[in-house]
Design a protein around this ligand. Structure first.
Ligand code: COS
Length: 378
């Protein structure tokens, strides 16, 4: 496992940081306030090749690996957790096609979602199938050369904006988990409707919607992988997604530390900048140390993934740790800002709200503990 970043990775970090500071930061507050999807920023990320990370150039991607993806997500999350989350979760659609799709599917969909500016979404969760992902009720029955899909998905990141959704549905309910399949549903397919868009506490610029399938008909050629392989595909994709969300949490924590240090130098109390107060210095020391530790769990998991080694447990550990750290660090950062931190004039209250979702989506902390405990205890 590597413990340093190479020159190319440092260069990408520089590009992502500059983009995040110049293009993402000025919009963050407004997007949050208006709960507005950052389509312009998304298209700029397409131009920079960020949406194609991890997909080979022959399919329209920009190459790179999980480490590169984490670097970019981390830098963007420092300024806007919503935009970072959108980038991270959009990538799951392409990764699923790359790993499990047919050659035709790769050629058809990957160029569109990597460099073509189209949006992909991953639709697993249902009202009664969140942590218990195997409890999915949506079904897709074969009718000649088509699947007829019926059911409702909820809390789907980017669902209303998606051009393509990877839907997990039971093609054979009698087989339980082994009867679940992954099927591509393009937007505007008759019978596919967008339901409620959620009004959320945090990551307000990242749209989260309900998707309704009412006799939605798609060709059987839209099946990804084999019939019955859906649960496994979902779990494998979630393993990767957890590293991305952990990188998002890391960026939020780092952004909160940056804001705190800046404020501590500017804010004068008791006749000196509050940076001189030892109590607050200790806060910063704890915040920086825990964030550094969380960083290396994330890049360790990413590195294992890039090396083709098992990484499920490490991804769960990385996300469990980074998301908890983001919540703690943003709260301490707000505390350092005192009353000003509680006001919307400063970004801390947004960062606190944004941090919370990282303990919930792509699996709750409790589910990560289940995954980790199963690996440790057996
Ligand atoms: N990678 C590859 N395969 C996996 C896997 C993973 N991470 N996790 C499970 N599987 C496979 C198993 O190997 C098993 O396949 P076989 O029967 O061929 O061996 C199959 O999936 C069922 O696994 P298992 O019996 O362990 O399933 P459980 O129902 O006990 O699932 C947990 C266990 C809870 C760990 C799993 O359901 C999980 O991670 N759920 C979290 C879901 C989640 O994060 N929901 C939020 C979604 S946000 S989109």
């Amino acid at each position: 496992m590597k413990i340093t970043f190479n020159q190319a990775e440092e260069k990408i970090r520089e590009v992502a940081r500059e983009f995040s500071e110049k293009e993402i930061a000025p919009l963050a507050e407004e997007l949050d306030k208006e709960a507005r999807y950052p389509e312009e920023s998304f298209q700029k990320m397409v131009k920079l090749g960020f949406t194609g990370i991890g997909v080979p150039e022959e399919y329209g991607g920009s190459g790179g690996n999980e480490i590169v993806k984490c670097i970019v997500v981390e830098e963007i999350a420092k300024k806007c957790a919503s935009t970072a989350g959108i980038l991270s979760i959009h990538g799951i659609f392409g990764q699923a096609i790359l790993r499990f799709g047919t050659e035709e599917q790769k050629q058809q969909y990957l160029p569109e979602v990597t460099s073509g500016g189209k949006h992909g979404a991953f639709a697993l969760t249902e009202p009664n199938a969140g942590s218990d992902a195997g409890a999915v009720k949506t079904h897709a029955f074969k009718n000649g050369d088509n699947y007829i899909i019926n059911g409702t998905k909820c809390f789907i990141t980017g669902g209303a904006n998606a051009d393509y959704v990877l839907v997990f549905a039971l093609t054979d309910p009698s087989k339980g988990l082994k009867g679940m399949s992954a099927i591509i549903v393009p937007k505007n397919t008759p019978g596919f409707k967008i339901g409620k868009t959620e009004d959320k506490m945090g990551i307000r610029a990242s749209e989260t919607s309900e998707l309704i399938f009412d006799n939605c008909k798609v060709p059987t050629t839209n099946l990804v992988g084999k019939e019955g392989q859906g649960f496994k595909i979902a779990m494998i994709m979630l393993d990767g997604a957890r590293i991305g969300v952990a990188a998002q949490a890391l960026g939020i924590a780092k952004g909160a530390i940056d804001e705190s240090v800046k404020y501590m130098h500017e804010r004068v109390q008791f006749g000196k900048p509050i940076a001189a107060l030892q109590g607050l210095q200790w806060y910063i020391a704890d915040m920086a140390t825990k964030t550094e530790a969380s960083k290396w769990l994330i890049y360790r998991a990413a590195s294992l993934k890039d090396e083709g080694q098992p990484y499920s447990t490490e991804a769960a550990m990385a996300k469990l740790n980074a998301s908890e750290n983001a919540r703690i660090v943003t709260n301490l950062a707000l505390q350092i800002h005192g009353g000003y931190g509680y006001m919307k004039d400063y970004p801390l209250e947004r960062m606190c709200r944004d941090a919370k979702i990282t303990e919930i989506y792509e699996g709750t902390s409790e589910i990560h503990k289940v995954v980790i405990a199963r690996a440790v205890i057996g």
